[in-house]
Design a protein around this ligand. Structure first.
Ligand SMILES: Nc1ncnc2c1ncn2[C@@H]1O[C@H](COP(=O)(O)OP(=O)(O)OP(=O)(O)O)[C@@H](O)[C@H]1O
Ligand SMILES: [Mg+2]
Length: 354
């Protein structure tokens, strides 16, 4: 009995890491070494109902499935908003727990050049599965990385095999997908998750994992996640592993983002202190806390919104922050940019006083 159980669990394990799946999209319900899984996988939605926030999308797709009229799908939107999770839930809904046999999932880690479209995808589309009715599903995840040629080859394939195959194309940037492919698919945009939805989902994880998260910590976590559920879960898990009780400071320390009070000090110093004092204070702080000027700029941007300025000074400052950010992204020197930014703050104060 014991050994039989063991072999069975081995089976599950192998299936979970079958080449099609590439270790992605493990179901939540499987208790197998759950403890070792990152929370994003452990708490990946199993059913369409588990996918939070995109109710309009999930109900529409459910209607398609019920009427057996699933079109080709195109999911797009920022990272961590549930695109991959949704299509895996759809597959599970259509084919049941054995869904892996009916789908071909290719993501950015697989080669998806024109040869793969010609051979692997066509082959999968052509072979009909015995006993199974309906269509098979081909999931092209992270499709914005596919070459133009491969996309061009895909156009005809999509049309040719519509009878027994449905495609689901997933990407972050929809403009990287050829218009001809877009027009063959029904498009769904996955917008960043609203904070309340992230909060709800995080709440269940906090309870299940017994995380000690303070109110301030939760607020900071939600703010930093910016509607990306994966980020929220990863930060939470990292903080939980590193600290017994997780508060605001722990969240900021863990992510390497500057603490709002530090930003406040820095901006206030730039506005009122003398140039050299301010420069030295910021430089020391940058070294001590390991802050990047880029993070300071995004923090300062948010803080400036709350300060009263004359319109022309505010416009000048915002414009300057944007320019500095651009220069930094092009590899400009942090030291020079910091002094220039300090100068801009002094100018803004003068403008405001006029
Ligand atoms: N709408 C959602 N409801 C519940 N959990 C979600 C949702 N979106 C994301 N998650 C959580 O975040 C993790 C990552 O989600 P998923 O892989 O679906 O993101 P994605 O949209 O495919 O992102 P990417 O564009 O980076 O591939 C999931 O494992 C899940 O735990
Ligand atoms: Mg994905």
């Amino acid at each position: 009995m014991d050994s039989e159980d063991e072999t069975r669990s081995m089976d599950v394990d192998i299936a979970a890491f079958s080449p099609i799946e590439k270790g992605k999209g493990r179901a939540v319900g499987q208790p197998l070494d759950d403890e070792m899984l990152p929370w994003v996988e452990k708490y990946r939605p199993v059913t369409l109902d588990d996918v939070v926030s995109h109710k309009d999308i999930t109900t529409t797709i459910e209607k398609f499935i019920d009427k057996n009229r699933l079109p080709h799908l195109l999911f797009y939107g920022p990272p961590g908003t549930g695109k991959t999770s949704t299509i895996l839930a759809v597959a599970r809904r259509i084919y049941g727990p054995e869904y892996r046999k009916q789908i071909l999932e290719l993501n950015a880690s697989d080669d998806r050049g024109i040869d793969v479209v010609r051979e692997q995808i066509k082959q999968f589309a052509e072979t009909r599965t015995l006993f199974a009715r309906g269509f098979k599903l081909i999931i092209l995840d992270e499709a914005d990385m596919m070459t133009q040629q491969a996309q061009a080859a895909l156009r005809r394939v999509i049309e040719q095999y519509t009878k027994n195959v449905r495609f689901c194309i997933i990407c972050n940037y929809v403009n990287k997908i050829a218009p001809a492919i877009q027009s063959r698919c029904t498009r769904f945009r996955f917008s960043p998750l609203p904070i309340v939805e992230v909060e709800k989902r995080i709440g269940t994880v906090i309870e299940a994992e017994h995380v000690k998260l303070t109110e301030d910590g939760k607020k900071a976590l939600l703010k930093l996640s910016k509607g990306d559920m994966r980020r929220a879960l990863n930060v939470l898990q990292a903080c939980h592993a590193a600290y017994d009780s997780v508060g605001e400071t722990e969240i900021y320390n863990c992510t390497g983002n500057p603490h709002p009070s530090d930003i406040e000090n820095i901006v206030n110093s730039m506005l009122s202190d003398e140039f050299t004092t301010s420069y030295q204070m910021i430089s020391t702080m940058k070294t001590e806390r390991g802050l990047a000027l880029q993070d300071l700029i995004s923090g300062a941007y948010e803080y400036i919104e709350t300060i009263e300025f004359k319109p022309q000074a505010r416009i000048y400052l915002l414009d300057y922050l944007a320019t500095t950010e651009h220069r930094l992204s092009a590899g400009a020197s942090e030291k020079i940019q910091l002094s220039a930014m300090l100068g801009a703050f002094k100018n803004a104060v003068e403008l405001s006083a006029r």
